[in-house]
Design a protein around this ligand. Structure first.
Ligand code: SAM
Length: 269
């Protein structure tokens, strides 16, 4: 599925050189269960040895896999075949490449550019609160919350996105947002630290573990929020996995026609 978040003619495999270890690992490991992708990745990496080198150095755990991919590339590929392979991989890794280009992420991702911050601020009272945003991206939720909150910790595992948020803080003189590294699986804070723990487009691979971590760092009577942006996706109903775990939801139709469910849960310890 293509989201059209990037203009493919403007990107090459060199975007991998801007990626973090976890992204490189994911991109290489995708070849384990998608033969067409493996074939194209093999040719693309073999044609750009410096990218293969970077991947192996950045994520040593997939070094052997990279070597295998490079060795399995056909030796007699034409320039046209190599170009096609690279285009295939750029298209297939669009949702990772966009993280290396925060300005275009803001410009091209409908869930960001089409969103209004009231959608977050109406979920709970942010005034004077200590807030954690998990997987902040370019800071859609974090900077909205910061207009009312005492302090917002914007946690993000992608270096390019952390740097983008730091630049924004500096350029706009924002004094109550702190940018930190971290993932939802291992939130690097003590128990009961935050009044509000929020995220969007992050929870969903391992609901129990992810929500348990969010609850752990939330204070008693604090809130956990999941506030996706206004995309164009048709959703028949709210996410039952969230409802099963005690979340209530608010619904609206986005101007792009998407069904947008936002979730809120008060933490009782
Ligand atoms: C689709 S973007 C959404 C960004 C932002 N939350 C928003 O809604 O505008 C997903 C973000 O989660 C980050 N991410 C990916 N895996 C993560 C994980 N395991 N824990 C925390 N964040 C993660 C990505 O780097 C990316 O910035």
């Amino acid at each position: 599925m293509s989201f059209n978040w990037i203009d493919k003619s403007q990107y090459t495999l060199d975007s991998f050189l801007l990626m973090d270890r976890w992204l490189i690992r994911m991109i290489i490991n995708t070849s384990n269960n998608w033969p067409e992708y493996a074939e194209n990745l093999s040719l693309a990496l073999a044609s750009k040895p410096y990218v293969a080198w970077y991947c192996s150095k950045k994520a040593p755990e997939i070094k052997e896999k990279v070597e295998q991919l490079v060795l399995s590339a056909p030796l007699n590929a034409t320039n046209e075949q190599i170009k096609k392979a690279e285009e295939f991989i750029v298209e297939a890794t669009e949702t990772s490449i966009i993280y290396t280009d925060p300005i275009n992420m803001n410009r091209n991702c409908n869930y960001i550019y089409n969103w209004k911050e009231e959608r977050l601020l109406e979920l709970v009272d942010f005034k004077d609160k200590i807030v954690l945003d998990i997987g902040s991206g370019t800071g859609r939720l974090a900077f909205a919350a910061a207009k009312l909150a005492r302090k917002v910790y914007a946690s993000e595992p992608t270096d390019m996105l952390r740097e983008y948020m730091k630049d924004k803080i500096k350029n706009e003189g924002i004094s109550n947002v702190v940018v930190v590294d971290g993932t939802v699986e291992h939130i690097p804070y003590e128990d009961n630290t935050f009044d509000i723990v929020m995220s969007a487009h992050v929870v969903g691979d391992y609901y129990d573990a992810e929500i348990a971590e969010m609850e752990r760092v939330a204070k008693n009577n604090g809130y956990i929020l999941d506030c996706i942006g206004d995309d164009d996706r048709i959703r028949e109903k709210p996410d039952e996995e969230m409802l099963k775990r005690g979340f209530e939801y608010l619904y609206h139709k986005s101007t792009l026609g998407g069904d947008i469910y936002r979730y809120r849960k008060q933490v009782m310890k």
